[in-house]
Design a protein around this ligand. Sequence first.
Ligand code: TXA
Ligand code: MG
Length: 316
Amino acid sequence: MHKKNTQILSSEEHDLDQAATLLLAGQLVAFPTETVYGLGADARQGQAVAAVYEAKGRPSFNPLIAHLPSIDAAQRYVQWSAQAQTLADAFWPGPLTLVLPLRQDHGISPLVTAGLDTLAVRIPAHPTAHKLLALVDGPVAAPSANPSGRISPTTAAHVSAGLNGRIAAIVDDGACGVGLESTIVGLATPQPILLRPGGLAAEEIEAVLGHPLMQRDAHDALTAPGQLLSHYAPNEQVRLNAMQAKAGELMLGFGAMACDLNLSEAGDLAEAAANLFGHLHQLDALNKPIAVAPVPTHGLGVAINDRLHRAAAPRN
Ligand code: TXA
Ligand code: MG
């Protein structure tokens, strides 16, 4: 791939105009959302979407989320349902992605869905993301803006470290507030199913639905293609549920304890989620194995533990 000069843009209006113009011209633009930075491409342009896979080095069977500015916009591409409306009313805009059957004449590149007959849609809550999506006025496919398999980016500097020279621009608007990717709920099956734990706790979704979500079988490749186990991986080994660091290890703590960096001294899961990827990036830069303290397994802790297990999994 030939090197590009990656422009850094601000969240000012004229810079967002420029970002929208680049996207509509089929270029790749990274932008902040409340979860993580996304690597955006116009979802209707096959070449632009192909460039996303190329820039990330992403396996082509892993489908992308279409980002939209409003429910109305989402309804143009997917078959809406009463359940979709209930969840959208409760949680959109926000860190929730819904997988729904594609509509006829949707105009979405098949590279976005990796050939599936469903589409993942999300309306981010971040004001800059919202402004940019409104300017584009079309679906923007956006995976997390990191090389495939590496730690997700929660700042523009993380994006730049992984993708500088491979994409047209980065919209820099500070650190992401949630810090974990969106929770993905499948609504294309008779029962709503949790496809990926994320920045919205499953308990909150279940409270609105009035019943538990189906859990996806870890071995069922069909419902969530490409959810590779080794993902979000630092360069060095990661050891979980460690009470303290061994010689030569760096310690990522949770709760009051001795450590190199702490996800949340107060033991607050939302704070830990927001810090997770940034702290992993920082420790990873020191090129030593990382020991991680136990994190509770309820609420946002489910998604935090999911990402930690992937970081610690044998590499593939
Ligand atoms: O918070 C987020 O969701 C971020 C920001 C940028 O919005 N995006 C993100 O995208 O995490 P990505 O590409 O890293 O993860 C998308 C996940 C993948 O695991 C993929 O398998 C799943 O969504 N996915 C996408 N379309 C799907 C579909 N039609 N059916 C099932 N899973 C799907
Ligand atoms: Mg990702």
